[in-house]
Write a new protein. Structure first.
Length: 409
């Protein structure tokens, strides 16, 4: 079952292959008088950029910048590749943001901008507004991650602290024509949320972002510069017309898993909310549904209460193992993994647990309850030998989960 689960995870990742997803949309790019300006942002930036360059009209003039995380960075001929920090923005991301802004400022009416957007773009391209430092933006991300916000809430705030998010890239590209090609890592595929919507309108106004932080009781924890900026109800920038195309998503990967499994059932395409609630839903589904393969997809959140190491997929897997320890589920296995190959600030993609996981943790001399209370799911799963290790995949369509039950006997 372990091998089968890993194979199904690979199917999900392969279904989100960014080059294959982008290719059909670039078959007939026209020859133009000006330049093609290619901006690729996110964990799939390099693969999407390589595909875009390969499909440009013969002898087309172009300039290109790709911004991705360190694990996925590689050299691309005739393209500036810039690697940056994720999930917390760093100085390299700020430099990349400035480079993108500088290039977009050179566009003319006869140019065409191709914006290639994938998950991770929010952290990779910080470009803070005037008066807000990179350190301030990093602190905002840290506070919001600890508050257990979902990706929509996170990116709503990020948009109003950036010159590129919330349609900022599109505004800077004018008067050139802009086409956005978007690989979604967001459940529901809201284009305003993916990478904080650099080519679309903001999720909501600045005042809504401020009220969100107040309601979460974290506004007073924000850096002084951020508080000051969000308190000013400045007129919202008008949206700039652009064409945007969704080229891949979590749902597409789940359906590919279902086909590959033969008899799998997609239980949920919106597994969101706190990992504790998601774990209970998964266990309830397994107890109520006798199917051998149950498939889930989404993006959960973790409320940080300790100082341990882990990620939402690892904690979800650990919680499922602990909830199921005394249940009569027979021979079972559960995998939860991030399709980008990285779960939180760790080198694991997630976890693979079974009916003996908790006992293996104890046999290794560890206390699973104490580790969970400290958000130390990485240490717990490592003790059990249950970390899912894939390395960077070069794509990102959120998380997928599969619960398998043995057909023997």
């Amino acid at each position: 079952m372990r091998q089968r689960a890993v194979e199904l995870f690979a199917v999900a990742v392969n279904a989100a292959n960014p080059a294959l997803a982008l290719r059909p949309h670039l078959n007939d790019l026209p020859a133009i008088v000006g330049r093609y300006v290619l901006i690729s942002i996110g964990k799939a930036a390099c693969a999407m950029m390589e595909e875009a360059i390969a499909n440009l009209p013969k002898d087309a003039r172009f300039e290109a910048i790709a911004v991705t995380n360190y694990e996925n960075a590689r050299d691309i001929e005739r393209c500036v590749v810039m690697a940056a920090g994720h999930p917390v923005p760093d100085e390299n991301g700020a430099a990349a943001g400035q480079a993108v802004i500088d290039l977009l400022k050179t566009t003319a009416a006869n140019d065409v901008v191709l914006a290639l957007i994938s998950g991770g773009g929010s952290a990779l391209l910080p470009a803070p507004v005037e008066g807000v430092s990179l350190a301030d933006k990093a602190e905002v991300s840290r506070i919001l991650l600890g508050a257990g916000v979902d990706i929509t809430q996170m990116n709503l705030v990020r948009q109003h602290l950036s010159r590129l998010k919330g349609g900022g890239l599109a505004r800077l590209a004018a008067p050139a024509k802009l086409h956005g090609y978007i690989l979604s890592d967001v459940i529901g595929d809201d284009l305003r949320v993916i990478a904080s919507g650099p080519t679309v309108a903001p999720i909501a106004t600045r005042s809504v972002a401020r009220e969100l932080l107040i309601n979460l009781n974290v506004f007073d924890q924000m850096p002084v510069s951020v508080q000051a900026y969000l308190k000013v109800n400045a007129p919202e920038a008008a949206a700039t017309p652009s064409e945007n195309t969704l080229i891949g998503s979590n749902g597409h990967s789940l359906r590919a898993m279902q086909v590959a499994s033969g008899n799998g059932i997609i239980v949920s395409e919106s597994l969101t909310g706190d990992v504790s609630e998601a774990a209970e839903l998964i266990l309830k589904s397994a107890l109520q549904n006798p199917a051998n393969t149950l498939i889930f997809g989404g993006e959960t959140t973790v409320t940080i209460r300790g100082n341990g190491k882990g990620g939402r997929n690892q904690e979800l897997a650990l919680r499922v193992a602990m909830l199921a320890e005394n249940e009569n589920l027979g021979d079972w296995l559960f995998l939860s993994g991030g399709t980008d190959g990285r779960d939180g600030p760790t080198d694991a993609a997630g976890g693979i647990v079974d009916g003996n996981t908790v006992q293996r943790i104890r046999n290794a001399g560890e206390n699973p309850e104490a580790l969970l209370a400290n958000n130390d799911s990485y240490a717990a799963l490592k003790a059990a030998g249950d970390l899912l290790m894939t390395g960077a995949t070069g794509t990102n369509v959120a998380d997928v989960q599969v619960f398998l039950r043995s057909t023997k006997g």
